[in-house]
Design a protein around this ligand. Sequence first.
Ligand SMILES: *Cc1c(COP(=O)(O)O)cnc(C)c1O
Length: 482
Amino acid sequence: MKLIYEKSSPGRSGVQMSSIKISENEEIPAEYLRSQPAELPEVSEAEVVRHFTALSRLNFSVDTHFYPLGSCTMKYNPKACEAAANLPELTGVHPLWPQLRGGGLLTQGSLAILYHTERLLSEATGLDEFTLQPMSGAHGELTGVMIIAAYHKDRGNEKDHIIIPDSAHGTNPASAHLAGYKVVTIPSDSKGVMDFELFKAALNEKTAGVMLTAPNTLGVFNTRIKEICDAVHEVDGLMYYDGANFNAIMGRYRPGDMGFDICHLNLHKSFGTPHGGGGPGAGPVGVAEKLRPYLPISRVVKTNDGTYSLNYDAPKSIGYIAPFYGNFGIVARAYAYLLCLGRDGMLGTSNRAVLNANYLQEKLRPLFDEKYKGRCMHEFVFSGKCLAQYGVHTLDLAKGMIDRGIHPPTIYFPLNVPESFMVEPTETEDRDTLDYFVSVVEELFELAKTDPDKLHEAPVSTPVGRLDEVKAAREMRLVAER
Ligand SMILES: *Cc1c(COP(=O)(O)O)cnc(C)c1O
């Protein structure tokens, strides 16, 4: 079917929007035409509004409830950043518009946002150059490991493996594997960080690099990073910083200063975009100077006359990683967020995140069998194994919270803690909310001792009660019955 583009009147921003219309002289084949008008429900506007408002009230979200979901970081996503990213000057731009002439005036603005966001992220991480193209954390990791591979190939290094601690997010080994490397997994020590002696034993001339998350998924910061970086650089390996937990250290420490060569950040965790529901996201990658030539194309460059353009001339580049320039809307949110916060705001955010997590950890410590003692960073992991004596599991604890108006924390992850219960309170939560959370956990522990069956039945206040997860997995039915 032939489509023609028809110009419509300029929008609020003066942006010329194009609408797609079927050309008048094109006939839709008869077999695709209706014989009867479509049977549409006849309802008033008020009924439609009530229907969708009622549906939206069933949502259990960060806008309605406390949401202490560890690892995924349901943190503060300012509504102001949402509004900024939704300006028609940003949403109305098309990536195929000319960079300079014609639509250039608007394209220049978008390119400037990309350029300046890269500079701000460089500033925040201490790494020399950024690409904003990768569309998720995992995509950023893959980009980063491909850069590691390109670096070694270029230097004629024969490398065959990447070292990753066992507390890493599962995407780390997956990315290393996709880029063609074997993965050497190092167990955690009693403090919850990569065992240093086992790491030293695994490191050799064939080590392409090490992927570290700092603080890691247990909320623990590795205090031997400098030694690890030095040892890895000794064998011409590269240090990769998984920056998904950057909100715990931003404004205080910079991966570049610690000795890392590459990092990815999750804009949809640390910089103003909600995480969850599978995206969209953005996982920008920053690199040290020596890795600049391998960054993906295109690159945003600023020319001497002050204009911006996309540059594709990079013979050593790993090539295309994403169409056009990644998820522009997510970058626009992050740009607004970075400008709002500045360095002091970043420090305030990470301070509050760490303070809130430690407050909860201290309050809850007496209740749980804690494997890792000591202070945490932005999140902490407890084990619910202590409830097993009452026939209660971490799952029951999580379900009981729903009836008390709290979204459950992350459970059964990370895998190296049995019955894990992983809490990450958002930095913007006040003390009353944190105290309420503590009182709910205390109440549920009491219930586990006195009336465990009550907990097995939870949740009872939701439209759908406890699901039979085993049955759901075995007898999956993906089509709704009429
Ligand atoms: C979330 C996360 C990732 C992966 O990010 P995605 O955007 O979900 O692909 C990687 N590492 C850590 C530590 C994470 O928490």
